[in-house]
Structure formats: C-alpha cells, structure tokens
Design a protein around this ligand. Sequence first.
Ligand code: HEM
Length: 137
Amino acid sequence: MLSATITSLNVVCLVLLLAGWSAIRRDMRDRHRRLMVTNLGVAVLFLVLYVTQVVLEGHKRFPGDDWVRTVFLSILGTHTLAAVTLLPLVPTTLYRAFKQQFEAHARIARVTMVIWIYVSVTGVVVYWMVNHLRPGI
Ligand code: HEM
C-alpha cells in the first residue's frame, strides 16, 4: 500500500517535471518556477516516505532467478546511479535559479531534467516489475 502511494508521488513528479519543462520552452517563466517548486515539495515528500518504507519494511526481492531478474537488476542499477547524481545536481540547479543566474541555470538544468525524468520513469518500471510482473510467484 505504502509503495503504491510512493509510486503515485513519483508519477506526480514526472507530470510536474514535463509540465515545467513545457512551460519554460514556451517562455512561461512564472509558471515554470511554480511547477518546479511544487515538484520539489512532492519530491521531498516522496523521499521521506521512501526512506520510511525502507527502514520499516526493507527492500522487496524480485521474484525469480532467471534472465528477467538480470534485466531488472540492470534497470535498478542505472536507476540508483542516476538518482545519486541528482543529489548534487538538484541543489545546484535550484541555487542558480534563485540567484537569478538563468543562463547557467538552464545549462545544468537540461542535464538535471533529463536524468530526473529517467529516474522517475525507471522508478515506476522497478515498482511494477517487483510488485506486478509476476503476481503468482
Ligand atoms: C530543480 C528545479 C528546476 C529544474 C529541473 C529546471 C529546469 C529548467 C530547464 C530544463 C530549463 C531550460 C529549458 C530549455 O531551454 O530547454 C530551465 C530554464 C529556466 N528556468 Fe528552470 N528549472 C528548475 C527550477 C527553476 C526555478 C525555481 C526557477 C525560478 C526561480 C527557474 C527559472 C528558469 C528560467 C527563468 C529559465 C530560462 C533561462 C533562459 O533561457 O534564459 N527554474 N529550467
């Protein structure tokens, strides 16, 4: 139940990221700022619940030991590595935005945005693979 809630928050983040990117591509700066700050709030809530879940329940093992598990572990590995790179990228992206260094902000933000979207999408894939791909096992 908790993991479904956490994944829903992840999907909300994904929608906000795409909407925020679409807004700035159309030069709607104020809308972009509001969407990205909202996204940050949802992301922090996501992180708090995720850590709580790991502490309370630990990690769920992927059912099965075949090649599908290898695919799963590869996706999980790239997801985790990409998520770790967000730890310095997100604060730097925000710092440059709030300091109004918008050219420098946009340069790093394009990288941050692509990685964040990758992390969000693979987060949903990982959740689905662990919980729903093999319901019988
Ligand atoms: C982590 C949060 C944020 C992310 C991931 C992000 C992402 C982006 C991206 C990808 C662009 C470049 C769009 C393009 O050219 O394709 C951009 C530009 C911009 N962002 Fe953000 N943004 C964030 C937060 C903010 C905040 C909080 C503000 C306002 C205080 C802001 C203001 C701007 C402005 C004004 C531009 C246009 C820069 C220019 O073209 O001169 N952003 N942002």
